[in-house]
Design a protein around this ligand. Structure first.
Ligand SMILES: Nc1ncnc2c1ncn2[C@@H]1O[C@H](COP(=O)(O)OP(=O)(O)O)[C@@H](O)[C@H]1O
Ligand SMILES: CC(=O)N[C@@H](CCC(=O)OP(=O)(O)O)C(=O)O
Length: 296
């Protein structure tokens, strides 16, 4: 016999599922790009939970694409090899040795995520932007400054990603690209995610990171912004009010929205299932970046 309390719980769970219905219908067959930041890969359980969320998206007919980082691991390995990590405007200054470390670390993070996906019953394929010449770059100059082997995305060839999606695989992509001379470059993972989302015509792009979202003033945790227009975000960037890892993230949110991605979110990847909450419920979480003329 079902107790009354149990029945309420069952009803509550059923309502949660029903709340997801319009979102599932709307996103069926659409591409959702998930940028999984190294800072949010806190522990094995959390990584497994994020992969379970992705598995659920896939099971309801959404086409997820994962683009991941691993900046903190690159820094850790650089230190181990006696190298100081240096950043300019949120981007790693990348010499030859750092480039080798980046490729090694990102490759290992990539295959680790593929294993998690497989362990939750989802077919996944790990690749870098080198595979199939998926990401073509030029050497990036920031404020005219050369910061080494840092790639500026020139183009994304979606052929290989599309083949994988069409054959039911989840592509797991690490941010390394090639220039026209087949020299490899380190790409900021936020930039890789935005470039891939735009090229694929993705419906959504979610950045899983280690903050609740974007704070207007990072020192003041009550200044969390739940939504910001690209115009307002551009103004903050121009005024130099965004720093550290948040600068490339916001810059790439802007370029994704301007490139046609309808919904771009910064989400707290340290909290289990924030991806599901954002996609399948009307609970506003994290920070939404939107085009001001669009009615939300
Ligand atoms: N205004 C801000 N709001 C939120 N986070 C900020 C802000 N300014 C700087 N940050 C920093 O940005 C970091 C997220 O970027 P990053 O470390 O590159 O993460 P990821 O690995 O997810 O790309 C946060 O941990 C925080 O320290
Ligand atoms: C050029 C550049 O900055 N590349 C990044 C690539 C990894 C990355 O972006 O990782 P997160 O998403 O975890 O920060 C780096 O070397 O740290």
């Amino acid at each position: 016999m079902v107790e009354k309390a149990d029945f309420n719980e069952i009803e509550y769970k059923a309502n949660v599922l029903i709340e997801a219905l319009p979102y599932i219908q709307e996103l069926n067959g659409k591409i959702v790009v998930i940028k999984y930041g190294g800072s949010a890969m806190v522990d094995d359980l959390l990584k497994e939970n994020v992969m379970k969320d992705v598995a659920l998206l896939k099971s309801v007919g959404i086409k997820p694409v994962i683009v991941h980082g691993g900046g903190n691991e690159i820094s850790r390995w650089s230190k181990y090899r006696g190298l100081e990590s240096e950043f300019y405007k949120g981007l790693r200054v990348t010499d030859t040795e750092t480039m080798e470390i980046a490729e090694m670390v990102l490759g290992s993070v990539n295959k680790g995520l593929v294993s998690y996906m497989e362990s939750v019953g989802v077919k996944a394929v790990g690749l870098s932007g080198k595979d199939g010449f998926t990401i073509k770059v030029n050497r990036k100059l920031v404020d005219g400054k050369d910061i080494g082997f840092v790639g500026d995305i020139e183009s994304v060839n979606t052929d290989l990603i599309s083949i994988l999606l069409d054959n039911d695989y989840v592509p797991v992509i690490c941010p390394i690209g090639l220039d026209e001379n087949y020299q490899m470059y380190n790409i900021n993972a936020d930039e890789a995610a935005a470039g891939i989302a735009v090229a694929l015509g993705a419906e959504k792009l979610g950045f899983l990171t280690d903050t609740e979202g974007f704070y207007l003033d990072f020192e003041d945790k009550s200044s969390l912004i739940s939504r910001i227009s690209v115009e307002e975000a551009e103004k903050l960037v121009e005024e130099g009010r965004i720093e550290g890892g948040m600068l490339p993230k916001i810059q790439n949110c802007i370029s994704a929205v301007n490139g046609g991605v309808k919904r771009v979110h910064i989400l707290d990847g340290r909290k289990s299932h924030s991806l599901l909450l954002e996609i399948f419920t009307n609970q506003g979480i994290g920070t939404l970046i939107y085009k001001s003329e669009e009615i939300l």
